[in-house]
Design a protein around this ligand. Sequence first.
Ligand SMILES: Cc1ncc(COP(=O)(O)O)c(C=O)c1O
Length: 458
Amino acid sequence: MPKKNVTRRHFLAASTVPVAAALTSTPTTAYGAAGKDSGKLAVLGGKPVRKIDLSCKWPLWGKKDEEMTLAALRSGTWSRSKIVREFEKKFAKMMGAKRCIGTNCGTHSLFTALAALDIGGGDEVITTPYTFVATIQAILLHDALPVFVDTDPDTFMINPDKIEEKITENTRAILPVHLEGEVCHMDKIKAIAKKHNLKVVEDACQGHMAEWKGKNTGTLGDLGCFSFQNSKDITCGEGGAILGDDDELMDRCFSIHNFGRAHGSVKGWGLPVLGYKARMAEYQASILIPALDRVEAQHKKMTDNHKYLVSKLEQIPGIVPRKSYPETTAIGFYTFSFRYKKEHFNGASRSQFLKALRAEGVGFHAGGGPGDQHNHAINKSDSYLEKTLTGKTFSKIYSKERLDSYRRMCDCPDNDQLFTEYVGCGGKQIFLNTKKDMDDIYNAVLKVYENRDQLAKV
Ligand SMILES: Cc1ncc(COP(=O)(O)O)c(C=O)c1O
């Protein structure tokens, strides 16, 4: 297996597209620079900290992306071929994995991984309610039960100390999700998996470039699943990948993502296993290859800005940014989140706080509600989850008693609490802005805090 540190430095050195040059945002006034703005919140008619929003150009691309995409187009070979193979080699090397399979999206990376592990009806997969809907869909569409473990109040990730109590004789795998680029406690998760003979599938769809003790997320479990959808750090609009070191398992993944055709150790005439189609196309890979050259510089900029912003925000009473475990050597970027503690803001509700903050030019949000694909309390979903449990397939596989006891297992009070306090920013792109923009965010939150006595009128 390649030496990861060398590889990452190499990528940094090889990165040629100037990330900063592609960014557009220029703020107007900062609260700190402009003084206390006579102490009037913008939502009540005061002067806002900034007038333009924090978003900046995304996705980024350069000349090489255009050239490679055009070359792929003109080659006339648009389906999986040598450009996808080149991407797979490059991504595996960069991440420090033995093998990579390019797929058409993160959802299908997860589907393929679970199918390769033969997860099916009657099985339970341990995961977190704090995730994107696709994690849970992948489990349910394999007719297995997603067993929700509460979140760690500090890191917001699956609470590793609450996993074992959810293991039953039907548990087959643990599916930790490195949501928002934060890293789950992989040492504890792997130790539990080993003890109970379970597989670990990492959902690293939001976890690009994050590291646990210097190893990339997506290379720590048995299989790692990635998404390259438009909002991700590395993107080609829609796309995905699976990483793994176990040849037999990766052969199974390859075969399943390609209709079940024979591949490597998956032998046999015709279609030896049941599969479907999740292949990456050539033009997807042609956009991803240059994106890999850019991502180190991009990640460094976001890391610097994130550290800077967190170090300032955590000084404000009632603002509690998500934390990392000490073993986390790098986080990835998707959204940025913190807890809003209203007791420090004169008891003002989160929506009053957000309204005031938005008026100051900082458009943060409260996360998705029930039914939203970004709903981060999926165990409480009263739509597709409950419908699936009571639907045709599940009622044939699972007894009423089993489903009732499953429902009782799904309670996650810490996660419920988190989502009464959660505040997230729209997207990771805020960290591609300047230090001055970070100051604006801080100044806007500080201004709302300092004028919290006015929030009752908002
Ligand atoms: C945590 C997580 N898992 C899975 C997915 C699915 O990836 P895709 O949209 O590429 O299918 C996403 C996409 O946002 C995600 O955030």
